[in-house]
Structures are given as C-alpha cells and as structure tokens.
Design a protein around this ligand. Structure first.
Ligand code: NAI
Length: 385
C-alpha cells in the first residue's frame, strides 16, 4: 500500500505526548514523518524536527508556515496531528481542515461546546477527517470489549463503571508549582481541570465500549487542595442513550494510583473488567460460571481485536501500540477515501470530532452540575439534542 505523508504540530523536545505519536504513526510503516512545526519556539522546533529526520524545508518554525508550505506541494502531508496545549487546538485544527487536510487532534478537542460544533460542521462540510485522540480506545482488548457488547455476549448492559484516578497532584506543598498550578486555573484550563483532562477519557471509553451516548449527568466536584479553584476530584453519575447507568470517578489526588484508567461493564449475562495498567488481560465473568481471563493475541477473539494486535500472545503490548491502532485506522480511512472504496468495518472505530464535541458538552455539564449541588443536567451538545 502507498505510504502516506504525516505531519505534526507540537510534540517538541521534552513534550509529554509527542514521542507516543511518533512511535504510533511510524509503527506499521503506513505513515512517513514528512513535516512538522514541533515547538512554540520556532528555532527550537526547526532544529528538533531535523534531528528527527525532517528535511530543513519541512521542519517549520510555526504552524501557519507549515500550512502555507504544505498546501502547494504534490507530496503534501495526508494527515496532521495537533499535539499542542489545549487552548490552541481549535484554531490550528480549523485552519488545517479549511486548508484541505485530514486532522488528528489531541483531546480536549476545543475549549468550548460552540467551538466543538464548529469543528464538527467543518469536518462535514470539507469532507475531511477530524479524529480526536482518545488513544486508549486503540487497545486491542478495549476493541474486543466493544465487540463483545455489540454482539450481545453480555446481554443488555445495566451498569458501566469507569475510573481515571491518579495521585500525581496530591502534594499540597506542590500547589504553587507553576507546572501544576495552571491546570487548576480557570483562565488557562477553562471550566474544568481533572474531568476535562482525564475524566473525559474514561467517559468516552464507557461510551465507546457500550455503544451508547451520554445523555444526562450529575456531578460532585471538589477541590481537595483548598487553594485550587477547579476540581481535583469528581464523581459523576450518568445515564446513557440505551438505558445504561454510568458511574465515573476521576481524581488527581489518589495517592498510590498511577495512571488509573479502568472500565467495568455489568450486563444481564456477564461482567467485564479491564485496566489500562494491565492492558493485555480482560476479565470476563459469565453469569453462573467461573472467571475467565482473555489474553490479548489469543485465537478466537473478534476481528476488531485481531486487527489491533501485533505481537504474539504472552508478550506485552502497551500504550504507544494503542496509539498506533488509531493511526492504523486513520491510514485505512484515508486510503479508502483516496480509492473510493468502503473502509474495513473493523478499522472504522477511530474517535471522531463528534466524540470530541460530546466530551466538551460533558465537561460543561460536569462544571454546571458540580456548582449546583449535583443537579442532573443535559450532557448532550445542542446540535445532538
Ligand atoms: P507539553 O506541554 O508536554 O508539550 C506541548 C508541546 O507543544 C511542546 O513541545 C510545545 O513547545 C509545543 N507547542 C506549544 N504551542 C505550540 C504552537 N503554537 N505551535 C507548535 N508547537 C507548540 O504538553 P503535552 O502533555 O504533550 O500535551 C499536549 C496535548 O496532548 C494536550 O492537549 C494534552 O491534553 C494532550 N495529551 C493527551 C494525552 C492522551 O492520552 N491522548 C496524554 C497527554 C497529553
């Protein structure tokens, strides 16, 4: 298959998420890293891009220069990843969609619901893909959970319990550390801190696996470290479009927890439990039977699981390979469009702009409910009501 050209904005030297994107995009040989504007400091971005193998003319100083430079090229990038800080996502994603590029945007996709709606409309009107990096849905066994639910292995799903609780902002003496403080400052982070940063991954995963949208929610948001304006811990109850009840806990003060993303699904015929820190095992409890451990890579799973598994059973696969599965889906989606054919249904699972928008609506609903003693509020974006 023809290799696609890939570009990246943000993800410069020392960034947290840049390396995982480069590993993920490069893993299957589907994308060539061809262009980038990697840093908010033009000279640092240009220099770092070249150390990563970009040619000097395609290692750009900023994203506007990259947009201009790529637009006229016969070998222009087929996909642009936006991995800059949150407040810049909207402007950059909008400009590249309008410029005729497919985009993979980091989460949260935008800062407001209105911006999210604009991106969804733009993706529809331009016909360009706007994916959002809920990259943990790329794990093979998360795909398998979704397949099990959709083929009815659990029957109707009664309750889904999601967690994304870590303990990395638990030290009160760290509250004024500039690297931590901005995350809880409404001027820089928006209306929500921990839910917007981590809770939305858990909520999106619940929705992805159960195959239902979030309709209403009630949130209890607290700042355990009193100097923080925005929440560092939240418990969110929600109701989904197919009647499933949702419970979600997210926290940044949970000392002893590391990444802490887990999902439990309880249906009429069985239960599932998956945890991101041990992503190669899925626990399945069929009603009335013994607990079964499903191993990533074993035979007889779903096409969705088989497509997203690379090394043989018993060898660990981790987070960059989950991101690689988002890129693998996007490569298939781009090739399908280029060749005027249908996408492989097992690849048609990458998170969309619509998912990014639903998350923004949930962020604002959590903030609103949290400020009104947990009052139940509509969690749907206006355009999907
Ligand atoms: P970071 O602060 O570690 O790195 C940001 C990078 O973007 C830096 O290299 C910086 O120089 C560059 N940058 C800033 N403004 C720029 C601009 N205008 N043009 C070009 N480059 C620019 O941030 P981090 O943690 O890597 O987060 C980036 C984004 O990724 C955030 O939106 C965050 O929410 C998201 N993220 C997503 C994760 C996921 O699992 N999907 C995990 C971690 C972060």
């Amino acid at each position: 298959m023809e290799r696609l050209n890939w570009g990246m904005i943000g993800g410069g030297e020392g960034s947290q998420i840049g390396p995982a994107h480069r590993l993920g995009a490069g893993l299957d040989g589907a994308f060539i890293f061809a262009a980038g504007a990697l840093d908010h400091r033009p000279s640092a971005g240009r220099a770092y891009g070249q150390t990563l193998g970009l040619t000097p003319d395609r290692s750009y100083g900023d994203w506007r220069e990259m947009l201009e430079g790529e637009r006229g090229r016969a070998d222009a990038v087929d996909l642009v990843t936006v991995a800059t800080p949150n407040a810049t996502h909207f402007e950059i994603t909008k400009a590249f969609l309008e410029g005729g590029f497919h985009v993979l945007c980091e989460k949260p996709m935008t800062m407001t619901v209105e911006e999210g709606e604009e991106i969804v409309k733009l993706s529809q009107s331009t016909g360009k893909i706007c994916a959002v990096n809920y990259g943990y849905t790329g794990y093979s066994l998360v795909r398998h959970m979704r397949a099990m639910v959709s083929r009815g292995d659990l029957g109707h799903v009664r309750v889904v319990v999601a967690e994304f609780a870590h303990g990395h902002h638990a030290d009160a003496t760290d509250a004024d550390n500039p690297r931590v403080r901005w995350r809880y400052d409404p001027a820089q982070a928006g209306v929500s801190a921990q839910f917007a940063d981590c809770g939305i991954h858990a909520m999106h995963m619940a929705s992805f696996v159960v195959g239902q949208d979030i309709e209403r929610l009630s949130a209890d948001t607290v700042s355990c470290i009193k100097s923080r304006v925005l929440e560092d811990d939240a418990m969110v109850n929600f109701r989904m479009s197919g009647g499933t009840v949702g419970r979600l806990w997210t926290s940044s003060i949970a000392i002893g927890r590391q990444h802490g993303l887990t999902l439990q699904v309880f249906g009429e015929k069985g239960g599932l439990r998956w945890s991101q820190e041990q992503p190669n095992q899925l626990y399945h409890m069929p009603i009335g039977k013994r607990l079964q451990v499903i191993e990533r890579g074993e035979g007889g799973l779903s096409p969705e699981a088989d497509r997203t598994s690379r090394v043989t059973v018993g060898h660990a696969e981790g987070m960059p390979l989950a991101f690689a599965n988002i890129y693998k889906d996007l490569a298939e989606a781009i090739h399908a469009r280029k060749n005027g054919r249908d996408i492989d249904p097992a690849a048609d699972l990458y998170p969309r702009a619509e998912d990014g928008l639903r998350s923004m609506a949930a962020v604002f609903a959590v903030a609103q409910s949290g400020q009104s003693e947990g009052q139940w509020v509509d969690a749907r974006p206006p355009m999907f009501r």
